[in-house]
Design a binder for this molecule. Structure first.
Ligand code: SF4
Ligand code: FES
Length: 250
C-alpha cells in the first residue's frame, strides 16, 4: 500500500507543533498501525531525520499506552480496539491518514504523539486500591461470597486499561469514565466497601485538581472506549460520590 501520513510533530512540551506530510510506500495490509509507524521511523532514521515519538508497550491491547488520534478518532476508525490492534487492512491504498496525539490540557504533549498521562496515575494513587492486611492471615478468595451479577459488572469495569481515549473523545476533556471504572470495580465488591467513601471523594478531588473537564452526558467516551466501559459506571460514581459527600464527618 502507498499512503500519505499527516503526523503531528512537536519537538517538546513548549515547542510549537505542526502537521507534517510523510509519503510512505510498501506497507502490507497485514501490518498493525504501530508496525506501519515502525517502517516510517526506520526510513526516517536511515535518512538522518528525527523519528516520530509515540507510546507503546504490550502491542496487544492490554497496557493502554498506544494513545493515537487517527483520522479524528481515538484509536482509529474501528470500535473496541486499541491502536496497536488496528491493522492496515482497514485503510485503502492511496489513503491519507491523519495521526495526532490525545488533545487534552490534562495530558500535555511530551513530544510528537507521546503525551504525559501521569494525571491518571495520580488519580489512581488517590484511592484506586483496597488496603489489605498481608501479615500472615490471608483469607481464601472464595471465602467471601459475591453475587455473580456484581462480580461480572466489577470485572467489566476492571477491563479499563487507562488509555485515556475517553478523555480525548470528550469535548469537555472529562475523565469521568476512567474514574468511574476504577471506583466501580471496587464499589461492587465487598472488599472495596470499607474504603468506598474515601475512595470516591479522594479520586474525584484529584480528578478535579488535574484539570479534567466536567461530564455533561455526551457519551463519546463510552463509544470510543476500546474496552466498551459503560456509562452505567458514571451513574454509579455519581451515587457513590453523593452518598460519601452527604455522610462524611466534618
Ligand atoms: S474508560 Fe476506556 S477509554 Fe477510558 S481509560 Fe479506560 S479503557 Fe481507556
Ligand atoms: S501498546 Fe499496549 S494497549 Fe496498545
Amino acid at each position: 500500500m502507498k499512503l500519505t501520513l499527516k503526523i503531528w510533530r512537536q519537538a517538546g512540551p513548549d515547542a510549537k507543533g505542526a502537521m507534517v506530510d510523510y509519503p510512505i510506500d510498501g506497507i502490507s495490509e497485514d501490518m498493525s498501525f504501530l508496525e506501519m509507524l515502525d517502517v516510517l521511523n526506520d526510513k526516517l532514521i536511515r535518512e538522518g531525520q528525527d523519528p516520530v515519538a509515540f507510546d507503546h508497550d504490550c502491542r496487544e491491547g492490554i497496557c493502554g499506552m498506544c494513545s493515537l488520534y487517527i483520522n479524528g478518532r481515538p484509536h482509529g476508525p474501528e470500535r473496541h480496539i486499541t491502536t496497536c490492534q488496528l491493522h492496515m487492512r482497514k485503510f485503502k491504498d492511496g489513503d491519507t491518514i491523519y495521526v495526532e496525539p490525545w488533545r487534552s490540557a490534562a495530558f500535555p504533549v511530551i513530544k510528537d504523539l507521546a503525551v504525559d498521562r501521569g494525571a491518571f496515575d495520580r488519580i489512581q494513587a488517590a484511592g484506586g486500591f483496597v488496603s489489605v492486611n498481608t501479615m500472615g492471615n490471608l483469607v481464601d478468595a472464595n471465602a467471601l461470597p459475591v453475587p455473580k451479577a456484581h462480580s461480572d459488572k466489577a470485572f467489566d469495569a476492571a477491563a479499563c486499561i487507562g488509555c485515556g481515549a475517553c478523555v480525548a473523545a470528550c469535548p469537555n476533556g472529562s475523565a469521568m469514565l476512567f474514574v468511574s471504572a476504577k471506583v466501580s470495580q471496587y464499589a461492587l465488591l465487598p472488599q472495596g466497601r470499607p474504603e468506598a467513601k474515601e475512595r470516591a471523594l479522594n479520586m474525584v478531588e484529584q480528578m478535579d485538581a488535574e484539570g479534567f473537564g466536567n461530564c455533561t452526558n455526551i457519551g463519546a467516551c463510552s463509544i470510543e472506549c476500546p474496552k466498551d466501559i459503560s456509562l452505567e459506571n458514571i451513574a454509579r460514581l455519581n451515587r457513590e460520590y453523593l452518598v460519601a459527600e452527604m455522610t462524611k464527618e466534618s
